[in-house]
Design a protein around this ligand. Structure first.
Ligand SMILES: Nc1ncnc2c1ncn2[C@@H]1O[C@H](COP(=O)(O)OP(=O)(O)OP(=O)(O)O)[C@@H](O)[C@H]1O
Length: 460
């Protein structure tokens, strides 16, 4: 998980630093947040670090031009509209930019009022497209919610819950094993809330030393401690109006728990070394992969803070309990990586689905994503083969013993094992017989016959 993530409305890319600063200042005065980069390379890297709603780029830049950047962006992040700045009178460049996937163009010298309108229109366009995508994906039997993918019954229930949660302002505690998508869920809650045009900031409480955590969260004044050369705002102020995710909340030291509780109760923070308090308007979400109730009963976590952050609880299921979602996610990641690696990979070869199914996925969706990324990079074929999977998955034996609730001590016939396994696979794919047939390597008629046979056997 990223330690800190933030969203801005506009990314500015121009090799002339002065131009960037000029635009940033003008946009700030109009209430539009932005961040600038002086090369396309830096811009491409920043896309992974921060969220942007629109990108404004100059066309003429050394090394990678604005047009090339535009092409790269439309492939990697087609959801972010790009507005290009072209020199006055170079209509041909503007046309080329639109061909490379730009949303709009504006000519230099820039007329700031026009720029602001163009950018706002692009932002509006993006929000509408996002909403349509969200509505469509919810309509398509709730296969997705924002960027969260999954169709298993437990995920569908989660989507219903999330849409209610997003519209309220209540504190939410998100629990689940590592890699189950807690940060993703927090982002979706923010994206679906009325705070969505304000920042989303996430901090991993376990990754920061206890002494620094207080100033990271609440800020500090100049000279508050030896290394505090300048002043720092702190994340509560950075997230003003938006959402702050405190991840790995279970790792928060007791001394910080007391300070956080006071801040949440009074809705005010006091920067380290300051005698002034500052009010904040931030929705606080927390996430943990620890059992906080046990931590409370063992005195490691304050009960009063637990109740304050746990107004609504969202529990994310481990991947191994989500049946067919394993395959859906695998295919989703496969498509993503195949497109970014530009490899023509069309799906999973025979035998891969069974391997993915029977593995226990201790690292959950993150592990599956990494496995698919590696497989796409490794494969020499147009499908992912069993050889492209890591050894621990190829040779995994653990899962099968428990299929169909089979006790390792229980001795049953091969037919019975077959019947239980077929039933297990059918349940896992929500009764989709075509998919079950593909995984089992049997045709649908044979599946039906085998289940029928054992039913007849039971009747005798
Ligand atoms: N349902 C899902 N659909 C699509 N991608 C998912 C889903 N769940 C998780 N991911 C992806 O898996 C990775 C891990 O997710 P995330 O960082 O949200 O997990 P986490 O529970 O916060 O992990 P940790 O506890 O280790 O911080 C991310 O790349 C995320 O985008």
């Amino acid at each position: 998980m990223t330690q800190k993530t933030k969203s801005y409305q506009v990314m500015i890319v121009d090799d002339e630093r002065n131009m960037c600063e000029l635009i940033e200042t003008d946009l700030r005065l109009r209430g539009i947040s932005s961040r600038w980069y002086t090369s396309a390379q830096d811009a491409m890297e920043a896309i992974h670090e921060y969220e942007f709603e629109v990108i404004l780029t100059d066309v003429r830049m050394p090394v990678t031009t604005g047009l090339q950047l535009c092409e790269q962006l439309t492939q990697n992040r087609p959801d972010i509209p790009v507005v290009v700045m072209t020199a006055f009178g170079s209509m041909e460049t503007a046309v080329n930019a639109m061909r490379s996937g730009a949303y709009d163009f504006i000519t230099k010298p820039i007329e700031m009022d026009l720029l602001a309108i163009t950018l706002q229109r692009a932002i509006q366009h993006r929000r509408l497209t996002e909403q349509v995508r969200l509505l469509e994906s919810n309509h398509n039997s709730a296969a997705m919610f924002g960027d969260i993918l999954g169709q298993s019954p437990v995920m569908r229930k989660l989507y219903d819950h999330l849409s209610q949660v997003a519209s309220s302002d209540a504190a939410v505690l998100i629990t689940g094993e590592s890699g189950t998508g807690k940060e993703l869920v927090a982002r979706s809650i923010h994206a679906g809330s009325r705070r969505s045009d304000k920042p989303f900031v996430a901090i991993n409480c376990a990754a920061i030393n206890e002494n620094l955590l207080e100033s990271e969260l609440f800020g500090h004044v100049k000279g508050a401690f030896t290394d505090a050369r300048g002043e720092r705002k702190g994340l509560f102020i950075e997230a003003e109006g938006g959402t702050l995710l405190l991840d790995e909340m279970g790792e928060l030291p007791l001394s910080m728990q007391a300070k956080l509780l006071r801040a949440l109760e009074e809705r005010k923070i006091r920067p380290v070394g300051s005698d002034k308090e500052f009010p904040f308007n931030v929705r606080v979400l927390t996430a943990t992969n620890r059992d906080l109730e046990t931590a409370v009963s063992e005195g490691r976590f304050r009960e009063d803070l637990y109740y304050r952050v746990n107004v609504i609880k969202i529990e994310l299921p481990p991947l191994r309990s989500r049946g067919a979602d394993i395959l859906r996610l695998a295919e989703y990641f496969l498509k993503q990586f195949a497109s970014s690696e530009k490899k023509p990979i069309s799906g999973l070869a025979d035998g891969v689905a069974e391997k993915l199914f029977s593995y226990s996925w201790p690292g959950n969706v993150r592990e599956l994503r990494n496995v698919m990324e590696r497989a796409v990079a490794l494969t020499r074929y147009d499908k992912i083969t069993v050889e492209d999977l890591p050894e621990k998955i190829r040779n995994f034996k653990g899962g099968t013993v428990f299929i169909g609730g089979l006790d390792p001590e229980e001795l049953v016939s091969m037919e019975e094992i077959e019947r239980r396994y077929i039933t297990h696979v059918l349940e896992a794919v929500d009764g989709n017989q075509t998919q079950a047939a593909r995984i089992l390597g049997l045709d649908r008629k044979t599946i039906y016959r085998k289940l029928k046979q054992s039913e007849d056997q039971d009747m005798k």
